[in-house]
Design a protein around this ligand. Structure first.
Ligand SMILES: [Zn+2]
Length: 67
């Protein structure tokens, strides 16, 4: 029911785009790497209410949330 979402960010050029499909986000990352040589990263599942809290407790995703 929830739609997977990914936010792609690049620390080197402030690229920031949100995708509703992980495949699209992955393509964006790969293309950006090829075009610029940068190393963009993505954040997953930060949009649905409750998910972040549950993820915090379960330790899922393995994505660091601290800055
Ligand atoms: Zn970049």
């Amino acid at each position: 029911m929830t739609t997977p979402r990914a936010t792609v960010r690049c620390p080197e050029c402030d690229l920031e785009e949100t995708f509703s499909k992980l495949a699209t986000a992955r393509i964006c990352i790969e293309e950006h790497r090829e075009e610029t040589g940068h190393d963009p990263e993505w954040e997953l599942g930060r949009f649905a209410p409750g998910v972040e809290k549950m993820g915090d407790q379960a330790g899922v995703c393995g994505i660091p949330t601290s800055k």
